[in-house]
Unconditional design. Sequence first.
Length: 134
Amino acid sequence: MREIKFRGRNAADSQWIYGHYFHNGTFGVIRSGIVSRGIIDGTLGQYTGLLDKSGVEIYEGDIVLVPQDWDEFGSAAGETYEVYYSHGGFRFKPKYGQGRRGFGIEDDKTFKLIGNIHENPELLDKSTQEGAKE
């Protein structure tokens, strides 16, 4: 069973904070230990329970690089995707046809975390994908 935890950017200094999330009626808060901190709207992401190939935790809003293995990953091979939650699970956000679900993420530890949508949105730009490939 995966650990339920969240991350968000601290409203006071924009640093990432990790812990348990709750909404106090006015704004979102992440509690780590006994300290609670307000977070910047739109930066909340839940832990997927998965690690990338280097052992780094993957959260909603992260950007991952799929390995260059056509036999295993088909049309997703070598592509970058945003991780998001939809239809009961964490998935790669579809780049085309927003009504689609996107690919489900499995626990195979072959993906490489390369950034997130808050700090590195340019990584999802089609023109920069060629430089991001391994």
